[in-house]
Design a protein around this ligand. Structure first.
Ligand code: ADP
Ligand code: ADP
Length: 237
């Protein structure tokens, strides 16, 4: 059973203004993402990548088709069950989305507080995560005291707090310079290899896919126009 099975999924938004046209952001997309994949989704701005991520995360309902996570169609879930599936899916973002008013530890602890994990357990988990991302010495610093790459490593630690089986990375390195991008991609590769987390990498950058993804889907205007092993998709004549 694939970890994430996307079958003939479409997402259409109603017209933005009176007399406008509806927008089909995702158009009949089918993808199988296996446990342990680093699955790349590449395409230009407006191709439908972010919409696809929101659908996988259950943040918006599909207009047609189905998304199964661990064999369960997420559209059939009640709110409480969907919340549980979402806890098994971590997310990282282009702009990191850290809370300015909280320390690095406080940011990583945040999802654990929301999940009502007891204080002692929370502290132990935060320490473990800080270690894993190599920022133990920054525990009491604030986000603005860190470089972009360090902030994204905090974002990754926060995303891993609840031990998700899936990590969705939406343009996670697009705000970073090439060197820092490498550092973040190396960390994502470790998350995949050492923790066995399935990773979906959304990007407009070929280099990112080539560096980290074992499989890739190419999106254009809502459709997947090509998919397969990264090696085949990027080198086939
Ligand atoms: P990408 O992430 O590849 O840049 P998006 O998924 O953000 O693409 O957008 C795909 C298309 O769907 C674009 O034409 C965009 O304007 C449209 N779109 C995205 N979200 C919405 C929304 N909430 N309402 C209406 N149109 C949207
Ligand atoms: P163990 O079975 O002793 O937890 P693992 O190799 O599974 O050993 O995990 C090593 C560490 O990484 C553990 O402390 C665990 O809490 C953490 N860990 C395991 N899986 C995940 C995950 N999906 N996301 C984040 N951390 C994880």
């Amino acid at each position: 059973m694939p970890h994430i099975r996307i079958t003939d999924v479409s997402k259409t938004y109603p017209p933005q203004r009176r007399g406008g046209q509806p927008v089909t952001a995702v158009d009949a997309v089918s993808l199988d993402i296996e446990k342990g994949d680093v699955f790349g989704v590449i395409g230009y701005s407006g191709a439908g990548k972010s919409t696809l991520v929101r659908l996988i995360n259950g943040l918006e309902p599909v207009s047609a088709g189905s998304i199964e996570v661990d064999g369960v169609d997420i559209a059939t879930l009640r709110e409480a069950q969907l919340r549980r599936v979402r806890q098994g899916i971590g997310m990282i973002f282009q702009r990191f989305n850290l809370l300015r008013s909280r320390t690095i530890s406080g940011n990583i602890a945040y999802p654990l507080e929301v999940a009502r994990v007891p204080r002692a357990q929370r502290a132990a988990r935060v320490a473990e995560l800080l270690d894993f991302v190599g920022l133990a010495d920054k525990a009491d610093a604030y986000p603005e005291q860190l470089s972009g790459g360090q902030q994204q490593r905090v974002g990754i630690a926060r995303a891993l707090a609840a031990e998700p089986g899936i990590l969705l990375a939406d343009e996670a390195t697009s705000a970073l310079d090439p060197e820092t991008t490498d550092e973040v991609l190396d960390l994502l590769a470790r998350v995949n290899r050492e923790l066995g987390v399935t990773i979906v990498v959304i990007t407009h950058e070929m280099d990112v896919i080539a560096r980290i993804a074992n499989k890739v889907a190419v999106m254009e205007a809502g459709r997947v126009v090509e998919q397969g092993a990264t090696y085949d998709v990027f080198t086939a004549p």
